[in-house]
Design a protein around this ligand. Structure first.
Ligand SMILES: [Zn+2]
Length: 111
């Protein structure tokens, strides 16, 4: 995987010392640092309630409905509307909701 200068900067800033920067340097830890910064963006800047996350995968958040999105599905600075449009809406039963129907696929409740 290739990283941008901005992503590498995010990793460096996530580390406490030059020793840590070198010792912890791996593709996985760079991705973790980028995703942690995205998590902070959703929580602190957009004020969302984080329902769940896997730091190498994606995040669920509450904004009326529960939404689920991969960390690669949005960037810091994206508007809440853009992020919600790109995210899946999660139903009461944990399924992805078809936006054209807005009914839980399992229990058939309206979302
Ligand atoms: Zn349901």
């Amino acid at each position: 995987m290739e990283f941008t200068i901005s992503q590498i900067r995010t990793y460096i800033q996530s580390q406490d010392s030059m020793g840590d920067i070198l010792h912890n340097l791996s593709e996985t830890n760079i991705i973790k640092a980028i995703n942690e910064k995205k998590l902070d963006y959703l929580e602190d800047d957009l004020g969302l309630e984080i329902a769940d996350y896997e730091i190498l995968d994606g995040v669920s958040f509450i904004d009326g409905n529960e939404f689920s999105i991969g960390f690669d599905g949005f960037e810091i600075g994206d508007s809440l509307k853009d992020i919600e449009d790109a995210a899946d809406i999660v139903s009461c039963c944990g399924d992805v909701v078809d936006r054209d129907i807005m009914i839980c696929p399992t229990c058939k409740e309206h979302i």
